[in-house]
Every structure is written in structure tokens, then in C-alpha cells.
Design a binder for this molecule. Sequence first.
Ligand code: NAP
Length: 672
Amino acid sequence: MNVDSYVAGHWVTPDDSAVAIPSAVTGKTIARAGNASLDTLTMLDYARNTGGAALREMTFHDRARALKNLATYLNEHKESLVTLAFDTGATRADSFIDIDGGIGTVFVFASKGRRELPDDTICSDGDIEQLSRNGSFLGQHIYTSKPGVAVHINAYNFPVWGMLEKLAPTLLAGMPAIIKPATSTCYVTMACFRLMLQSEAFPPGSMQLISGSTGELLNQLNFQDSVSFTGSARTALMLKSTRRLLEHSIPFTAEQDSLNATVIGPDVVAGSAEFDLAVREICTEMTTKAGQKCTAIRRIMAPLNTIENFIEAIREQLSATRIGNPALESNTMGALVSTTQRDDVFKAKAALQQQTRTVYENPNPEINGADSDHGAFMSPVLLHCEHPDNADAVHSTEAFGPLSTIMPYRDLSHACKLLNHGRGSLVASVITCDPDVARDVTLASASSHGRLYFNNRHSMRESTGHGSPLPHLTHGGPGRAGGGEELGGVRAVKHYMQRTALQGHPDLLSAATSQYIIGSTETTTDTHPFRKRFSELFIGETLSAGPREITLDDIEHFARFTGDTFYAHMDEEAARDNPFFPGRVAHGYLLLSFAAGLFVDPDPGPVLANTGLDGLTFQKPVSPEDSINVSLIVKRKTKRNDEYGEVRWHVRLENQHGEQVASYELHTMNLL
Ligand code: NAP
């Protein structure tokens, strides 16, 4: 099979410089990839001026809808990818993580893009910053799309997820991507890429593919571009040192290898649900993808007094691993990606064995349904390090295969010390039922790990697994793990955008961000806004209503009616003793109800429902015989579907002296 590159709208076949790619199962060449004369300058130009230009015309919601179409199409056509991935050594269960996991990630970004980002091309970040006494000069952070290209360089172990988890936030950010998969599994990535093009979900130029070497690409980037890398620490160091990247301050995100660990809590005893859970999680992490997961458990910290029980239980479970042809459903572990990769693991194992003893390994495992002489199969290996404080290799050598080292700890602080010896990891897990253990590990170790995963009998049925990065949560870690961050919901989208601090008068900031900003112009019209459809409302459109006097009778009636007879509303003397109140005051919720009574237009119309409110604050007490006025201002509009859209209103309540007494953001759903 020729693994083609996709360059400026055309497929380009490999040339004489192409390398042969062996099957993990048979060792035979199954594909060729690489073309030394790819025109990367044209690729960059096409991405920036064709793909990027079209993407930047689309709003976040347009892009989110396109992502949903893309994911739906891939979901309908994924079976061919599973079949192809057998040759990478992946079982169907492994491919579920890679292929279904990748598609699921795109679905999550599609959904978050619609729910958490505006139907706009600009997105605000955080609240308004008050920079002046009278509010005529404010600050607001925003994100805009960069007119550049995101270069994605991916590792071999997740040919589909690795591509999609970077691509989804990139496209949602309005940036085109040039994807460079690792050569050893790029035939699966190319097949998925072809499906993505067939889906026609995104405009031409949004994505291009390099199979093989990137040639001069990194030396042609400029400051609006970015590089996101996943792979080994060694390659990351080499690439991020590229002079061009340093000279032009081109963002470089690295997700690299790490010595992830699990701590079996001091409370976990043999025979308990947590004991079985720990053994299960460890063995799953060791054998899934034949241990070729960046998040796999490489180090296991067990309490000194129970470590032998754990070794015995893990050995027993590992010995049940059925190794062999990944296409056979009965096999639970497939092959490493190549015999070269297996040689690397053997080399790392030899280094680790200097400081450990082997407590589980099957030197001659039965290989089911495949040729053990040519496939990259190996037995899982469990090593035991009795003196982990003086065993640097155990905390620094990544054997990227089904190999893990168990070590004893004396107490929790010793366990945390060992946990942090990895000098920065993607994930650490803790199996415990003890809340104090959760707190202590968080305090001692969170800063050394990108993710802390706690699990026990109460969460195990719904837990997502030590090794699974989730689109909702950040993936990445400090130090050895690369210091990068991916995923994590819309945070990931913002990594591909430029944050800019805007300063100016509220009217200018309001126009720039398409939302009402306190202090910007409020415009009243003759028609009540509740009688207007979504499309007819404009930002800053205001209804003013009132006054409404609040009497003592109102307060007492409300107290009896609701049962809220808090002393500040009912007892003059006690209320006076409270530092916040001058005497009896109106309930805050009474004010909200009266405000609604003032601004609501009662007849059926375009407003379908009040779906909630945010940011309610009471700024000044309202006493009997005070009166309130209310202003209802269109703050932001977000189309939700072809029938209706959400309107966010800024609501301001003032007393008879014009002093603000309460404010909040009201949400309604309106017909378009
Ligand atoms: P790798 O050898 O470091 O390669 C990673 C990527 O870099 C591949 O696409 C590779 O392409 C590319 N590359 C190498 N030299 C390059 C150059 N001069 N210019 C441009 N690109 C270049 O890593 P791997 O063997 O594929 O993956 C295994 C490693 O990745 C493990 O250490 C694992 O821990 C880590 N990993 C980390 C994560 C994470 O999220 N943190 C996830 C998965 C894997 P070629 O294949 O063509 O050389």
C-alpha cells in the first residue's frame, strides 16, 4: 500500500525516498511512506490562504456543526479502520480506545463548541476589568483566530485518536492543520484522513497530510503558526530546539513520555474491593495496546506490608493474558508496533533489571494465531524494586511496552516522594477509600502530575480508567511529560487562538465583542422586547420599568407565603443589630419577583421560557417604603437551532435614588 500525502488539494504518492512499513503481526512490508520532494511551502500557503480563510469566516457554532458531521461520518465508516489497525498490533479493544475514542473526542468538542462558545468568531475570556473610577475605560480579554497553520506531529501508538484529539480543537479555533503522523502506523491515519475528506465536513485547505518526513516545514513557519508534538522526550527536545521556532517565538506544545504511577492506598487490604480494583487497573494498563500508551502505569507503589499479596495477584492475572494475532477476538493482547520497538523495550528492560528482580515474565509465551518468529509479540513483564529510593533507572527509564515495576513504600509521604520521583508525569492514580489520603496526595503530588485519578469501590463502575485522557479534562503534564497541555474542553480551543487584552470605552468594547458591556449605550424602542423575535432584538436594546413601591405588607405577605421568615425581614430590632441592615428589609427574592412583574409582557409571544439566571448579587438593602425601577438590557444572543435562540439579558434594579440594589443575567429562549 502506498501511503500518500495530501498536498494543496491533491494526493501525492511516495517517491524513491519512501521507507517500508512492516506489519506488527507478520513482519512483512505492508506499506511505503515518504516523499522527499513534498512542496511544503505550497502546503503552508494553501492552509493559510484557502483553508484558514474559509475557517475564519465560520463562527464557532458553524465549526462545531462541521465537527459533528465529521464525527458522524467517521462513526459510520470506522470498521475499515479497525481492520486496518490489526497490522499495527492493535486488538479490537485497543482500536476502540484509538478509533472510537478519537471520534468520541470530536463529538465532545462539537457539543462544547455549541454550548460553551458564542455563535461568533470572537470569544471573550473572563469578566470585564474595571480600570477607571467612573467606568468609562474598561478592559476585556478576548480570543481571535490566528491566520496561521497548526502543525501536528503525532506518535505512532494512537494513529486515529492522536490525530483527532488535536484536530478537533484546532478546527474549532478556526485554524487549518497540517498533520504528520508517525510513519510506522501512518497507513491507518491516512485511511481515516481519506474518510474525513470524503465527509466534506470542512472547507478545502482545512487539513493536509504528510506521510513520511516533514522536510523543511518547521523552517518555513512564522509567528502565527504553531507546532503540537506528541512523542518521545528525545524527539521533542530536538524539534523544539529548531532555531526558526525559537527565533520567531512559534508556540511548541509537547506531549511526551512519562513514568506514570499508581499508589495503592495504605487502607487497601487483601480481599477488599479496592485490592481487586488495583490489580485490575494495573494489568489493564500493562496489556492494553501492549503497554504502548503514554499514560500506562510504569511504576506501582504498594504498602510494604502487603506488597507480596499484590505481586502474587498481579502475576496471576498477567498469566491469563492471551497473546497473539490481534484480529482474533479471543486474544487479549496483540503485538508491539514492530520488532524494532520490541528491541527498544528489551533494552529498557535490561537497564531496569539492573535495579530490580523479575517477578513475572513468560519467556516462551504461546502466540495464538500468529507467527512468533516474525511478529513483535512479547510477554508482559513485572519487575520488583525493593529499594526504590536509590533506583534512578526505575523512575527515569520508559519501557514503551507491557512492562511495569512494583515497589514498596513505608508511609504515604514516602509514596508521594516516589510518585514525584518521575519528575513530572501525565497521570498518577491512587486507589483508596480514605478521604485523608486523597487530600494528602493532592497536596504532596498534584504539582508533579497533569492528572490525579482517584478510584475506589464507590466510583469503580463508572470510572473512566487510569490511562484514558478525556476531552473534558486537560491532558499533559509538567517536566518529563513535556510541560504541555491538550484537551480540557474549550481550554484546548484557546490554545490555538491568540489572547488579546482590549482596553477602551464600553461602547467600543461592546462593538468589538458583540455583547452589552456595563456602561455602553442603552437604547429604548417603542416595542416591548418580549414582543420581538430573536432576530429583531439588538445588543444594548433596553426596557425600563417602574417604579414599584415595597411596603411592609408586601414583605410580611411574602414571608408568610414562602415560609421565609428570616429575622432580617420580620424583626426590626434584630435586623438593626445586623451590620448589613438598617432595620427590616425586603427579601432579595421578593425584589426579583417584583422585577419580573415589572418587565414581563404577559401574552404569548416570541419568548418561550426563562431558562435560568447567573451572577445574581444584592448590592444594597431595600427597606419598606423604598421603591425599585428595573432595566432589562439585551446582553448577548446565541442561536441554538433553526427554531430558537438564547437571549441573555442584563437586569439592573435601582432604588428611588438611582442606586443599584441588585443585578443579574437572565436567560430566555426566544423564537428566531
Ligand atoms: P517519536 O519517535 O518521538 O516520534 C514522534 C513523532 O515525531 C513521529 O511522528 C515522528 O515521525 C516525528 N519525528 C521524528 N523526528 C522528526 C523530525 N526530525 N522532524 C519532524 N518530525 C519528526 O515517538 P513515537 O515512537 O512515535 O511514539 C512513542 C513515544 O511517544 C513514547 O515515548 C510515548 O510515551 C510518547 N507518547 C506520548 C503521548 C502523550 O500524550 N504525552 C502520547 C503518545 C505517545 P516518524 O515516525 O516519521 O519518525
